[in-house]
Ligand binder design. Structure first.
Ligand code: KIV
Length: 272
């Protein structure tokens, strides 16, 4: 099928909605820094997510809970300085929107004002509805995130597949309707059965972006460093490797170390 939206100079929430309408898949990746974002910007990626997975990938934490709003703002503004075409979405970190919708709005406004991003993403369903409504009331686009929501890892106790039982699947479908009705422009579904994701995707009119949610959704998202083979300990079944850059980077660095130690670097042409 022809790529109908390829020629747009800036991806907006409306463009994503059109893509869903025309059955054109949405490609989304994470980014946290200017150099990687510049490489991404040379492609036709549709959405760049400044994910709170930065806590794991950039900062080495076991969970996403410790990352702060100030840190997310530094990562996000580095990314927006490099991205011209893709829609840039920024994760609201743990503790900046749950349970207090005024704080949620203040956090979202900081993200929008200080980073130049296009939208925010937050995790959860009906329990964060008031926060979502308040953020939307300020004209800030919100992407929802259901299924495995890593900020709730201490409640789940595991990163295993979610919604495998009928009652949780039913709740997830209900939450997807609640978020759509509230006005979210898209939803991420993480690590749920492919059949459930397919049902949600056909029932829900806004774009559904999957990660570990099978092929019958409107788009896919992966963590950049995971798909490039840089973060090597993380190997979930859904992850496809598009490179072995972790090994390539280590070999290049080892070669540099050897060249320095053997006085092979710099040579005559590499000096003044
Ligand atoms: O933080 C993140 O990278 C995410 C994606 C996994 C969807 O939320």
């Amino acid at each position: 099928m022809a790529y109908l939206q390829t020629d747009v100079t800036k991806v907006t929430t409306k463009v994503l909605q059109n893509m869903k309408l025309h059955g054109e898949k949405i490609a989304m990746l994470t980014a946290y820094d200017y150099s990687m974002a510049q490489l991404i910007n040379r492609t036709k990626i549709d959405v760049v997510l400044v994910g709170d997975s930065a806590a794991n990938v950039m900062e080495g934490y076991q969970t996403t809970l410790p990352i702060t709003l100030d840190e997310m703002i530094v990562y996000a503004s580095s990314v927006t300085r490099a991205i011209s075409r893709a829609l840039v979405v920024v994760d609201m970190p743990f503790g900046t929107y749950q349970g207090n919708s005024k704080q949620a709005l203040a956090s979202a406004i900081r993200i929008m004002k200080e980073t130049g991003a296009d939208a925010v993403k937050l995790e959860g369903g009906e329990e964060v509805l008031e926060s979502i409504q308040r953020i939307l009331s300020a004209g800030i686009p919100v992407m929802g995130h259901l299924g495995l929501t890593p900020q709730s890892i201490n409640k789940f106790g595991t990163y295993a597949v979610r919604a495998t039982e009928p009652d949780e699947a039913q709740r997830l479908l209900h939450d997807a309707h609640v978020l759509q009705h509230a006005g979210c422009f898209a939803l991420v579904l993480e690590k749920i059965p492919a059949a459930l994701a397919a049902t949600i995707s056909s029932e829900i009119k806004i774009p559904i972006i999957g990660i570990g949610a099978g092929p019958h959704v409107d788009g896919q998202v992966l963590v950049l460093q995971d798909m490039l083979g840089i973060t090597q300990q993380f190997k979930p079944r859904y992850l496809r490797l598009y490179g072995t850059f972790g090994d390539d980077i280590s070999s290049a660095i080892q070669q540099y170390v050897s060249d320095v130690k053997t006085s092979n670097f710099p040579n005559e042409k590499e000096q003044y």
